[in-house]
Design a protein around this ligand. Sequence first.
Ligand code: MG
Length: 203
Amino acid sequence: MKIIAVGWNYAEHNRELNRISIPDHPVIFMKPETALLKDNKPFFLPDFSNRIEYETEIIVRISKMGKNISAKFADRYYDAIGLGIDFTARDLQNEFKSKGAPWEICKGFDNSAPISEFLPKENFNIDNLSFSLKLNDTLVQKGNTHDMIFKVNEIIEYISKFFTLKTGDIIFTGTPVGVGPVKIGDHLEGFIENNKMLDFYVS
Ligand code: MG
């Protein structure tokens, strides 16, 4: 399986990272399967970065193989939604960005993609879904998918021009404003609407 992620998909978050212009197509990157962290296992801070930041994101699970999927039919290609954290080594990312170098290391390192269980998509309106993250009991991120620059259907259309989507692939759909660093001992709790989806510690 593969993990495909969208960057810069919420305007307010883009502003917090000093990115003003609206992208004219989704910004895409990937994480390898070894990035997955499941079952609320602890996230161990890696020693190669001094600033790992959380990015809370709605994720969707692909349920059917597809290529060149049109946005109109994209909802036939995923069956479930969940919550994920796109952990990012921000210090390395800033260094790579300044050099125009690729992002893989800072986004795709081992365990950089904690994910929740999945819920059937029928129970939710994917384009009006609120989600949030509490860090040590304080609300730090609160988003709603209606603020996405590119909607899930448009993301699937775009991605599938380049990459065949296969059953089990996961798409991270971007993070809202409020990203920040984690340290050892931190407690992260993620929610989709009132459902607690993630509950784990940084070790
Ligand atoms: Mg992200």
